[in-house]
Design a protein around this ligand. Sequence first.
Ligand code: C2E
Ligand code: MG
Ligand code: MG
Ligand code: MG
Length: 289
Amino acid sequence: RGKRSGKNCVRVFDPSITADMQEWNHLKNALKCAIENNELSVAFQPQIELRSGRVVGFEALARWLSLDLGHITPERFIPIAEAAGMIDQVSQSVVAQSLNLIQQWTEEQRKALYVAINISTHQLHDATFVSRIKQQVREAGIPCHCIELEITETSIMQDIDIALTALRELSEAGFRLAIDDFGTGYCNLSYLKQMNVERLKIDSSFVRDMNASNSDGKIVQAIIALSHSLGLEVTAEGVEHPDQVELLHAMGCEQAQGYYFAKPMPAEHVQIYLDPDMSNVTPITSRKP
Ligand code: C2E
Ligand code: MG
Ligand code: MG
Ligand code: MG
């Protein structure tokens, strides 16, 4: 009998959907409490300039350690925060913790380093977002060039006119701009020039299995060539092996980020990566073959 239920049959009860909705609601309520109780933290992951082996920036990544539920990944809670109207609060906490970190830097470090913050679709299309983040950064006494904003292709293409206006205003305010997860979304390449971005981040899915002759390697090479022809720099995400570092460097990729260099870490550990004597990042030029 079950086999006979065709596509016109409406299923009034699907236990898996109900379970998903229950879990979603549970996480949504837990996230609301977590925000109120300041349970959200930020982990910072270094971005390395391949030419010199130096740390040039850190990506701020939201972390949620719940007393009841344990670690919950951003891939689970960011979409909930977006859908439930809580992404602003999550982001304000990430921005505030990033500004705290930058406040500990010297003048010299503020000139040379930045913190990269992920911006979600909802934020980019919120008419008040640009003025609010400008104000938050100004009130902390931090120059905007210490902050890079990472935006995905998908969120830009949601409403290209609104996105281009927001990107122009952010760029004029002095923020650095990067396109995140490049290659995985749909991006109209003709807009790339108008976007005021200075960097493309190649998605880790292309970096993971790349080698000099396979298709992922060719895609990476093509993205680097495209970026350079538009005057953009490239950061490779998800770099885990020395072979990837060598190949990316040979391909002309400027920067890399990944477990090979360092995992995302609490703010207290960041300083170690800024002290040249203690840097455990080996410059490409001095690495043995
Ligand atoms: P993303 O912005 O593309 O961040 C890079 C992700 O790759 C991070 O995952 C990072 O921990 C992970 N990663 C870095 N190096 C490696 C590596 O070598 N190997 C592997 N396997 N993974 C690596 P994470 O922290 O779980 O964040 C996932 C996504 O959640 C981020 O992807 C971003 O889209 C989103 N996200 C995180 N924090 C925020 C936030 O504050 N706001 C918004 N809107 N989204 C956020
Ligand atoms: Mg990112
Ligand atoms: Mg990414
Ligand atoms: Mg990603």
